[in-house]
Design a binder for this molecule. Structure first.
Ligand SMILES: C[S@@+](CC[C@H](N)C(=O)[O-])C[C@H]1O[C@@H](n2cnc3c(N)ncnc32)[C@H](O)[C@@H]1O
Length: 211
């Protein structure tokens, strides 16, 4: 029990700082620019913590952004980031596995670097499908399981410790494969290691999927 209080403080105060720093490095922002400006209409951002995407939405295409995230520390940061932008943002506490929104409510669901951290990837993607309009799109950008055996081996070794220090972030999860497994049709997909990033955390896949 002695370690639960320090881990609670770590989660509340240090994880938001760590995520805020790592998730806004130039190579990461470069990837985001390939995805976020494709969002349009009523947008739901899953795991909006930190608000790193907020400045990248195209105001001429987006009507409103609804964000959900379970982390109080990251929600605070997201609310600050939202204030700086000229778009309508509604940020609330919630989890991707149980979204408090009606069916067919959004034109776009955006999910960036969040499928690594949710408790249940398939349930989160099922919820994304449920709240998307029939002609809506899922935009995704995630890091995860690398295709190279040596990198994958290190991902498996590092993951148990990494999860504990990085807010539950997994290194070995599938990305596009999970989106397809959840029943989406992949209409665009790209992939590769991020430059200037450790390879165990740098394999990324991004793209667009439809119901
Ligand atoms: C690595 S951070 C990425 C934050 C943001 N999506 C970005 O692109 O910078 C992972 C995020 O997932 C959030 N998260 C963790 N579990 C979640 C869940 N079950 N549902 C939604 N978001 C979750 C965390 O609070 C955190 O904000």
């Amino acid at each position: 029990m002695w370690h639960s209080a320090p881990m609670g403080l770590w989660e509340r105060y240090m994880v938001p700082r760590l995520i805020g720093f790592c998730c806004t490095q130039p190579p990461v922002m470069k990837r985001r620019k390939l995805v976020v400006p494709q969002a349009e209409g009523e947008v739901l951002e899953l795991g909006a913590g930190g608000g790193a995407n907020f400045a990248l939405y195209d105001p001429s295409r987006v009507a409103r952004v609804q964000g959900v995230d379970p982390s109080p520390g990251l929600l605070d940061r997201a609310c600050d980031a939202a204030k700086a932008e000229g778009l309508e943002f509604d940020i609330e506490e919630g989890i991707a596995e149980a979204l408090p929104f009606a069916d067919d409510a959004f034109d776009t669901v955006l999910i960036t670097f969040t499928l690594c951290s949710v408790q249940d990837q398939m349930q989160s993607l099922a919820e994304a499908r449920r709240v998307l309009k029939p002609d809506g799109k899922l935009l995704f950008l995630e890091h995860g399981a690398a295709p190279d055996a040596n990198v994958a081996k290190w991902q498996r070794r590092i993951e148990p410790v990494w999860k504990r220090i990085a807010g539950g972030c997994h290194l070995t999860r599938p990305i596009t494969g999970a989106v397809a497994q959840a029943g989406f049709s992949i209409v665009r997909q790209d992939e590769g290691y991020m430059e200037k990033s450790p390879r165990f955390a740098g394999w990324t896949e991004w793209g667009e999927a439809r119901i």
